[in-house]
Design a protein around this ligand. Sequence first.
Ligand code: 13P
Length: 266
Amino acid sequence: MKKRIIIANWKMQLSFKEAKFLAKEILIKIKKKEKEKKKLKDFDIVLCPPFMSIAEVAKIFTTKENSKRNILSCGAQDCFWEEKGGFTGEISPLVLKELGCKYVILGHSERRQFLGETNEMIHKKVRTVVNLGLIPIICVGETREERDRGLKEHTILTQVSKALEGINLKIYQKIIIAYEPVWVIGSGQAIDSQEAEYMAKIILQRTIDIYPLPIVHNNIRIVYGGSINSTTVRSFINQETIDGVLVGSASLKAEEFIKMCELMPL
Ligand code: 13P
């Protein structure tokens, strides 16, 4: 069984102070659960704050006491495909690592849609991030139009293949692929968990085409994202191929987020 994961994508929804406050609130609630002996099960929790708050949030998790806890980590919502250089306004993955980030979301549909990110750009980012030992969370998903035209499988397979083309994974290099149907993001209505499982299986099969089986089993996790909350999380996480969830709006309230964490099975 692969280790489960719950990833919070806070997008650009929080101010600097709010992000810091929410991270602390989540940590306090986790500590409280531990005191009540309701220790959260063994899975990964990743918080991806807006860039400007990353240093603060990462600092909270990397204190001597909290780093022992080991289940909480910090992620970024994007980065550039070079480590450094004349790239005005861009974010260096090397600096993200220096700040304590372990994960980087790449190719989120909002970046594909509003910032013109292409499969080629995402591929270059994945390569750099993997080489640095960070874990990319590669987002793939079809639009409503692609789905209506019967192209969802084609879109997903193209996005996965292009992101991973020619990238060999060493034993210590891990990746996460997030299936996020674009048309349900922020809609409040997740897709049927059976359909998500079907798509996760398609993604899994493509990774088996590309990588040796031990790498697929040990280094690659597949998660679902799109209008997940505490009432729906269980039905997704109980699917055989879905190893976790990527959560937007429902991760912005500490109470609701912890409720989701408590519902994660072993
Ligand atoms: P929602 O959970 O708000 O639909 O957002 C999902 C998402 O885009 C996470 O990356």
